[in-house]
Design a protein around this ligand. Sequence first.
Ligand SMILES: Cc1cc2nc3c(=O)[nH]c(=O)nc-3n(C[C@H](O)[C@H](O)[C@H](O)COP(=O)(O)O)c2cc1C
Ligand SMILES: [Mn+2]
Length: 479
Amino acid sequence: MSYRDLRDWLSQVEDLGELRTVEGADWNLEIGAITEMARKEAQIAPCIVFDAIKGYPKGWRLAVGLLNSIKRVALTTDMPLDLPTMEFVRTWRQRIKEMKPLPPVQVKDGVFMENVWEEKDVDLLRFPTPHYNIGDGGRYIGTGHITITRDPDEGWVNIGTYRIMIHDNKNLGLYMSPGRHGRIQMEKYFAQGRSFPVAVAIGYDPLLFMASAFEVPYGLSEYDFAGGLRREPLEVVRLERCGLPVPANAELIIEGECLPSERKAEGPLGEWTGYYASAVREEPVIRVRRVYFRNDPIMTGAPPSRPPTEATFYKSFWRSAMIWEELERAGVPDIAGVWCPPEGNTRLFTTVAIKQRYPGHARQAGMIASQCHAAAYLGRFTVVVDDDIDPTDLKDVIWAMTTRCDPVEDIEILRRCWSSPLDPILPKERKDRDASFNSRAVIDACRPYEWIKDFPASVIVPPELAQQVRKKWGKQILY
Ligand SMILES: Cc1cc2nc3c(=O)[nH]c(=O)nc-3n(C[C@H](O)[C@H](O)[C@H](O)COP(=O)(O)O)c2cc1C
Ligand SMILES: [Mn+2]
């Protein structure tokens, strides 16, 4: 791996020309607005480090937008920096497939031990935590963080990114949706009448953030998974109070526990669909017992919002690779590419390119790509295109949809599919915490198989000619 920790990672991002520092921004709405506008309006969404945040000391920083460019995702995952998107997905898929989990190694000290606040001294409001968006219910210290917990029976350690709101200077609100591994562990502690120990790390190797927010199988620690991807074990420190292992190179560690009976109103926070679609709920409270932090800590944030966001950006690579893998395992031949664009939040729009081999091949690919495990939750549209279309180029995909698809023949609707209360299209009466359904469209935008030979020829510049032109006039006309 080419970087050691977050600070080293940031300095390499600076060398790539993708780092910006902003001084003097207000934690109240301004940081949120800058984060949102930088990724919407900049050519390449930068990684931004906020320093001298209004009312806070210089040096206490917050980094956002870490994984918002293909080069930064490549740096984080140890991939070549200049791969075209589809090549990246193809290579990444191979890496995930061949990856062997590698458990972390325990070390004695972590850089976060430079400062320790015991319970009586804990004052969470001394950290420059943003109130990101105007509709949010509070200041969220946990968006680009990891929550570390242990299974009380089986002993394995889970890591998940579950949002954390500041209630007051010693208490935090934690939201984990049903089915999340951290929540299953918490329910086990509570069923035994025990309080639930929680450690939160903010500011660490961004690869761990990726692993923490991705669907790693139940029972497999995201530490082992990230170690496997890094091809070297991560270093962890066992916290003295709760015994949970935390990354040795973390900038800030919060240690606490949730009591079985305690709940407090949490939310709302802008969701990954770009809406506030689910209600404020009574959720568990983390009572903070100890805080550790490095001198001049660098916190990290990744607020969900209207896509594309940082989380949707890097997840596009993962989800596309996983769906591709599942399509092949289901026996669909000749897949040329899969892309879940960040604009569709990686879940709501998927394109699969195939080289059509037989009648029904396109529908088969579309149905499976819509319903396989990596795609099944809260999807919407799946588009199948021929292999002359680049799925990562939305212009190309729309061209195929608008010219090769006859809506009455080529759109299949699936009903009663897996959804969630976060689905903005579901009216209140169809939002059920345990049983929300939605529908899906599978759009066949391939040239009709039975008369493919007679389908109008496409206007193209042949690749050899394109190559010649690029060589001869590229500098003049293409840049
Ligand atoms: C920025 C960000 C915020 C997230 N917030 C939450 C959240 O508040 N609650 C939740 O249950 N999942 C949230 N997730 C999704 C989980 O992190 C993700 O599903 C992860 O795989 C859960 O880990 P687990 O499978 O070990 O439970 C968030 C993801 C990201 C990237
Ligand atoms: Mn997990």
